[in-house]
Unconditional design. Sequence first.
Length: 355
Amino acid sequence: MLATYPIAATEQNWISATLLGALRISLETLQEGNAPPEFDEALSEEYREDFLRGPKFKKAYDLFIAKCRPLTVDQRAQVLTALNEQNNFPGVFTSTTPCCSIKDAFPDVHSAANELFKHAFEKLSEWKTPGCEQTIRAKYHQLVDAHLSHGSCPFCGYEPLEAADPDLVDPDLDHYLAVSIYPFAGVNLRNLTVMGDKCNRSYKGAQDILLDEHSARVDCFDPYGAEQVKLSLEGTRILSGPGEGPAWVIHFDPDIKSRNWRRVFKLETRLRANVLERHYKKWIEHFVSYAQRHGFDITSTDGAIDAVARFKETCEFDSYPAIGRLKTCFFELVEAALNDPMTVDRMRNFLVESA
């Protein structure tokens, strides 16, 4: 994660809480050998009226209960465990914390749960929390947009997100834990993340963020936590050879914990192709123009060093965070080369030739 989401955006989570509470009551009642309550009776009184406005919720609830009735006590216990584990945030992001899916064990129950929470997800764009003028999704988007002041996707750091404007289309709201695998978390705001459409549709899709390429559990970033990845270009050779471009090396800190995230979103390849290769020549042009406007003589070593030191300070404010950070790293490498007796002449000549 190159940025994180504000936990305040998850506060209006009553759709998920109400449904999960109703399902827990019904499953526990079945476990006791009693008939489960009707849908209206299982709902908390505070939001009962909202869920009873149309027939779809009751129909989906009744189907879920019908699929759970024939199960044994042990089997229903597994369903209840799945419901709880799939909503164990943020514990679920630790590799040692279980998070089971019932997709293969009880496909009919899984399918019924999927339909129920899929319908609930649609209501995020329709229902309003009492006392709030905006829908739950609109309010969520407003809070996230204000927090992500740079306006880019936290998963890649450079894909733009639509602003929170009623005349604009909302950005994708991704199920961080894929709903096709973990449907009980399907409307939990703690499991939903505003995401760039490329990150969501072209890269993550329905991949299981909790598993690596060998289907082993791994530690996972909490989108609403505090931990963020730091980028560097340490080891990159800008002047790799005659007629050759830079030999890019991208470092991620923390390394091990970020590997699965990088794999899912193909981050190394995307940052190399879409940011570094696409922009570094423009960066040099901008630097040369900056040096000329501010009276630096980059034909001299001291002038080039002074110009890079000043220009580097402006890079972090350039565009989106991933681009700004990599641009800063690039000119840190230029600066290091200008201060190295072994490379100073070649780097200075490279900058002069770019003028």
